[in-house]
Design a protein around this ligand. Structure first.
Ligand SMILES: NC(=O)c1ccc[n+]([C@@H]2O[C@H](COP(=O)([O-])OP(=O)(O)OC[C@H]3O[C@@H](n4cnc5c(N)ncnc54)[C@H](O)[C@@H]3O)[C@@H](O)[C@H]2O)c1
Length: 267
């Protein structure tokens, strides 16, 4: 399909790399004007240049409330409106093998980016959308917010909070024809773990990641690993009228991982 988002304006936070960049590319290919907000100026500018005049990069740190509202006002000023808000920026926090070793030093940072910025982005976008015919808000959670497990407890807690917030916001904002949904990706290869590493031995982190990846492969019902495009496809569904009667949902894009473990592979 093409031009599914013709005439629409979208914001993608954390859109300079990884899943956000895939979303920004896909939305622009479908005819949307896309504002990319990210702390990573180099990658953000390069992506906006690659997409062309349908994209605008704004350097912004979503952990600052004023910078989130600035993204909304800039989109409205530069592109004439706002129809789709993707609260995608996120960090994983420091990896701890044992929760007992976790000093919780990154708690405030993870929560400000992964939770408060999602709430602020939803609120600020909705303040515009409520007087302009509604819109679609898409929040990035994680299968880590659905499935319990070890390693990154603060991240898991933050992503669980995004799920409860998304459902609650969907109920309240439905009155204004604003739909709010969440996507829960599972283990799609991006730089998120590496980027969030602070002081960890990168070689050990790589080995740890490889081990997790192998475990995921063994457990995942669909054999192939997920891609950025798989997540962009889900976001496109939520951004368009194809999901016009869908709100307050959480869609795992995870090859079936949260559905349950594969007990035995058929040959
Ligand atoms: N990759 C996966 O498998 C996976 C799984 C579950 C959830 N997610 C979620 O998807 C989202 C995107 O993750 P990703 O894998 O593409 O990670 P990524 O690290 O590749 O991209 C995240 C982007 O967010 C930006 N960012 C970080 N802090 C920011 C801040 N304070 N303000 C503005 N931008 C900021 C980064 O610069 C980066 O461009 C995150 O919310 C993540 O938790 C990803």
């Amino acid at each position: 399909m093409a031009d599914e988002l013709a005439g629409k304006v979208a914001i993608v936070t954390g859109g300079a790399s990884g899943l956000g960049a895939g979303l920004a590319r896909r939305f622009a290919a479908e005819g949307a004007k896309v504002l990319i907000g990210d702390v990573d100026g180099d990658s953000g500018k390069a992506l906006a240049a690659e997409i062309g005049s349908d994209a605008l990069f704004v350097e912004a740190d979503v952990s600052e409330l004023g910078q989130v509202s600035g993204l909304v006002s800039t989109a409205v000023e530069r592109f004439g409106g706002l129809h789709v808000m993707v609260n995608n920026a996120g960090i994983s926090g420091t990896m701890h093998r044992r929760f007992l070793d976790d000093d919780l030093a990154d708690f405030d940072k993870v929560m400000r980016i992964n939770v408060r910025a999602v709430m602020a982005g939803t609120r600020d976008a909705a303040r515009h959308m409520k007087d302009h015919g509604g819109g679609s808000i898409i929040n990035l959670t994680s299968i880590g917010g659905i499935q319990a497990g070890g390693g990154v407890m603060t991240y898991r807690a933050s992503k669980a909070a995004v799920i409860q917030f998304t459902k609650s916001a969907a109920i309240e904002l439905a009155h204004y024809e604003i739909r709010v949904n969440a996507i829960a990706p599972g283990n799609i290869r991006t730089a998120i773990v590496r980027k969030s590493a602070s002081g960890e031995d990168l070689e050990k982190l790589e080995q740890f990641e490889a081990k997790i990846r192998q475990q995921m492969r063994d457990d995942r019902p669909l054999k192939r690993e997920g891609t950025v495009d798989d997540v962009a496809e889900a976001a496109l569904y939520f951004a368009t009228d194809r999901s016009r009667y869908v709100t307050g949902t959480v869609l795992p894009v995870d090859g079936g991982t949260v559905a349950g473990k594969v007990t035995a592979r058929k040959s």
